[in-house]
Design a binder for this molecule. Structure first.
Ligand SMILES: CC(C)(COP(=O)(O)OP(=O)(O)OC[C@H]1O[C@@H](n2cnc3c(N)ncnc32)[C@H](O)[C@@H]1OP(=O)(O)O)[C@@H](O)C(=O)NCCC(=O)NCCS
Length: 176
């Protein structure tokens, strides 16, 4: 199905809605894959309202958030930026679509928006880290032109216990 969601840059007023979308989508995707405690630590570390409010502001290496909106409701969010230490690589750090809005093309629409940002920044490739076992994300990235490109240690400032040691890397080359 083709999405008719409206994409726009997030403002600080969107922080609670972003936390809600990320929380619901992450619980749906990760609950079967990690311990309940790990999941709550991830949500607490990355998706608390105060942090999200700060991160609505773009920097030289961070895009800020783009939200997808339907009927004035935030139903999806993406955030990306330049990969640290890899000038030519752009990284998709955040991509969540609310469970009740999935499979309507909103994820793809947000992803193509990120691709355009990466191309404007002259990046040569776009990468996303996927938790092992997250089949819906793996199928999604494959359908959007990404290919598996190895693994790397998972970024876990919230602590590694109860979660996987490595993330799967998916990569899409970008035409300039
Ligand atoms: C991954 C995610 C962002 C996809 O968003 P979405 O809006 O549902 O994706 P789209 O509707 O744009 O799907 C595009 C294509 O991806 C594939 N796809 C998406 N979800 C899929 C699923 N659950 N199973 C199989 N294929 C899937 C399909 O080919 C789909 O095209 P189709 O519906 O025409 O068959 C969403 O499932 C999500 O938020 N998941 C939880 C969080 C997450 O894992 N984020 C990624 C972090 S790495």
């Amino acid at each position: 199905m083709t999405s008719s969601a409206f994409l726009r840059p997030a403002t600080t007023d969107d922080a609670a809605a972003i936390a809600d979308v990320c929380g619901r989508a992450a619980r749906q995707a990760y609950a079967p894959l990690v311990s309940p405690d790990y999941l709550e630590r991830v949500l607490g570390h990355f998706y608390g309202v105060e942090r999200l409010r700060r991160e609505t502001t773009p920097t030289s290496t961070w895009s800020g958030f783009t939200v997808a909106q339907e009927d004035r409701r935030v139903v999806g969010v993406a955030g990306s930026g330049r990969s640290s230490g890899h000038e030519a690589t752009w990284e998709l750090f955040v991509l969540y679509v609310a469970p009740d809005a999935q499979r309507r093309g909103i994820g793809r629409q947000l992803l193509e928006h990120v691709v355009a940002d990466a191309q404007r920044a002259s990046a040569l490739c776009l990468q996303a880290a996927v938790m092992p076992g997250n089949l819906q994300a793996m199928r999604f990235y494959e359908s959007c032109g990404f290919a598996a490109a190895g693994t790397r240690p998972i970024y876990a400032p919230h602590g590694e216990q109860g979660g996987p040691p490595e993330a799967l890397i998916y990569e899409r080359m970008l035409a300039i």
